[in-house]
Design a protein. Structure first.
Ligand SMILES: [Zn+2]
Ligand SMILES: [Zn+2]
Ligand SMILES: [Zn+2]
Length: 638
């Protein structure tokens, strides 16, 4: 790609899009998308957006393919990352930083290349410094399988043997073989000077005493609650709630019996999820879990997977279609203002296309959904049930976004599909030719709908990284979560591990009451004015929840009645325990703290239940407990 600056070309293309939107034309209707009223029919919306695109014509002669083609794997680029990683690795306590750089080397190296073997081999050294010995063994296996220079092999064999020794505490046959192989090859390379070989090997092996004890990886799934009894109509949801419909809220989730604090409302996987580009080398593109020794996509440079299984599943389900489009999308962020809704809509479109198998079948499916009979609730059911893992649940989600945001972005995604995939029968290099494809409007309209759904319903993942810094990991689509309405004093907390999300009650909920989350930070961490303004701006409603009507903020907690007087001494003591904030704990980073955390969570819930038996909601103590439980769950996400 020498002489052609891909980044520049893409930025130019994107800017032309934006310019077009403000282009002076004599056709007023077409010229100004901000004046467009959203048509009920998606097809009419996309037709107008495409017409507008061709009308403006400025980019008509741009070759689609050259600006929408993905960044290719390159040994040079990979080597750059590896060299940077080596530099970093020499510094003290920098295994994590070098690990990240080596992983980027892994992502950029062509399949089976020397650069890839080198990236794996060097990463194994960083992993070894971090005490991640299982991962060292994996990476060394990968490096050796691809082919690694003979003179460097003994080092890898010895490293692997030592890690295996530290993990298993005995010299198992694999480790023995590694040491024999290392010794034989060293002898061969050093004209059978056995004394010299022994010296090198002993020197290396003696470093084992300074190696860390194996790093404990915490499986955060342990914090996912269990549903006591599952709903027969709502998959992955408790039988203590049902879906109802009201004029004010639309679809709503309502308790069908009294629910105690600490019960699980739902636990299920995301229909689709994406990882933020800034942390794309740290979390699995398929299951969203943290990755230490990840494997790359064979084709693109944008994603990493936990292992070969996640990579294969992703490829089967959607990634072969989205693979070469994702990078452009990430780069366009900020030019066409989409945030992460763009890549998520792209993934959903790829996924549903793969599920259907062909454009004909996909159209049949969409036609069927559009003409489906049923009330406001059963319309989103698959057969007799609401299943968050099924496309029906996604397709029915509400949509709010403004048409001018959707137009340029939808047309751009559509052209990316045309230029980089064969879903339209072949790859289209030029826009003019694609214009005649009979599926253009259908797919454009579907993409526009997905984009609209993603902007209005996707959920961003705020979490702590391994250094306990707050990061946004990615964006996910949980159809059931999207059915839950807003209250700035939420009665549930949500928790996620990988791409599995759960919702747990923070307080007792009476039969007939609605389940509420807060779309903006809850009243105890926001000002009434700010949150009301954001709700109006992003969700288009004027919040009239109790917290907003009474203008609650964190200070308001002190004005609630205190229930402490009515509490038995034993409970008071437990409350005191929590009132000392140092007992809340800062983070869950070691297995030993997991049990402790689980105990704290259940204690907090137990206190809430005891307290709510006698007292009218809200009291100071109840609010404190809600805050405590929320922060406990926040501290154990990774
Ligand atoms: Zn994974
Ligand atoms: Zn890929
Ligand atoms: Zn409110």
């Amino acid at each position: 790609m020498s002489g052609f600056d891909l980044d520049k070309a893409i930025m130019k293309f994107a800017q032309q899009f934006v310019e077009m939107m403000s282009n002076d034309n004599n056709d007023e209707e077409l010229a100004d998308p901000s004046k467009w009223v959203k048509h009920k029919d998606d097809k009419e919306n996309i037709k107008r957006a495409i017409d507008h695109f061709f009308y403006a014509r400025k980019v008509r002669y741009v070759e689609l393919k050259s600006v929408t083609a993905g960044e290719l794997k390159s040994s040079e680029k990979a080597t750059e990352f590896i060299e940077k990683g080596n530099k970093q690795f020499k510094k003290e306590n920098s295994w994590k930083d070098s690990l990240e750089l080596y992983t980027q080397g892994v992502m950029h190296a062509p399949p089976n290349s020397h650069a890839l073997a080198r990236a794996y081999a060097n990463r194994s050294a960083a992993l070894s410094d971090g005490g991640l010995y299982d991962d060292v063994i994996l990476d060394i296996g990968r490096a050796l399988e691809i082919g690694y220079p003979d003179d460097l092999k003994p080092k890898l064999w010895m490293r692997r043997a030592m890690c295996s020794l530290l993990l298993n505490r005995t010299l198992n046959p694999d480790a023995q073989k590694d040491l024999v192989d290392a010794s034989n090859l060293l002898a061969e390379l050093n004209s059978n000077d056995n004394e010299y070989v022994n010296e090198i090997m002993n020197k290396k092996l003696s470093t084992i005493s300074s190696m860390k004890t194996p790093h404990e990886k915490i499986d955060y799934e342990i914090f996912l609650p269990k549903i006591v009894k599952e709903n027969t109509k709502l998959m992955g949801v408790t039988d203590a709630v049902e879906l109802q419909y009201s004029e004010k809220y639309g679809r709503q989730v309502v308790a069908t019996r009294d629910i105690k604090a600490g019960e699980a409302i739902y636990v299920h996987k995301a229909y689709a999820s994406i990882i933020e580009s800034t942390v794309a080398h740290k979390y699995c593109w398929h299951c969203s879990k943290q990755v230490w020794a990840g494997v790359p996509c064979h084709q693109c440079v944008s994603v990493i997977y936990c292992n070969e299984k996640c990579r294969d599943e992703a490829w089967q389900e959607y990634h072969d279609i989205e693979c070469l489009i994702i990078p452009q999308f990430i780069r366009l962020k900020g030019v066409v203002d989409l945030g992460t809704a763009g890549p998520l809509a792209l993934k959903i479109t790829a996924k549903v296309f793969k599920e259907a198998g062909s454009l004909e079948k996909l159209k049949e499916k969409i036609d069927e959904l559009n003409t489906k009979q049923g009330d406001n609730i059963t319309k989103c059911f698959s057969g007799d049930v609401f299943d968050s893992m099924k496309y029906e649940a996604v397709y029915s989600l509400s949509r709010l976004a403004k048409i001018e945001i959707l137009s340029s972005a939808s047309v751009f995604i559509l052209f990316c599909f045309a230029a980089n995939t064969e879903i339209f029968g072949k790859k289209y290099g030029e826009i003019d030719k694609f214009e005649k494809n009979k599926w253009m409007i259908f797919m454009g309209a579907l993409i526009m709908r997905h984009l609209d759904i993603c902007i209005s319903n996707s959920k961003r993942d705020y979490m702590k990284d391994e250094d306990r810094k707050e990061v946004i990991r990615g964006t996910e689509m949980f159809p059931f979560f999207s059915l839950i309405n807003n209250n700035c004093d939420p009665n549930v907390v949500d928790y996620h591990s990988g791409n599995v999300s759960a919702m747990i009650t923070l307080q007792q909920i009476k039969k007939g009451e609605q389940i509420f989350i807060s779309y903006q930070p809850p009243y105890w961490s926001s000002s009434p004015r700010e949150r009301k303004a954001s709700l109006l701006k992003y969700f288009n409603f004027d919040c009239d929840c109790t917290a907003c009507k009474n203008e609650w903020d964190v200070q308001s907690i002190n004005s609630f009645p205190s229930g402490e007087l009515d509490l038995p001494l034993s409970i008071k003591k437990k409350l005191d325990y929590f009132q000392d904030k140092s007992n809340l704990g800062q983070s869950v980073t070691a297995t030993s703290t997991v049990i402790n955390y689980l105990q704290k969570i259940s204690l907090s819930m137990e206190l809430m239940n005891l307290h709510q038996e006698d007292m009218e909601y809200p009291t100071q103590e109840m609010m404190e407990l809600k805050l405590i439980t929320t922060s406990l769950y926040k501290n154990c996400t990774l």
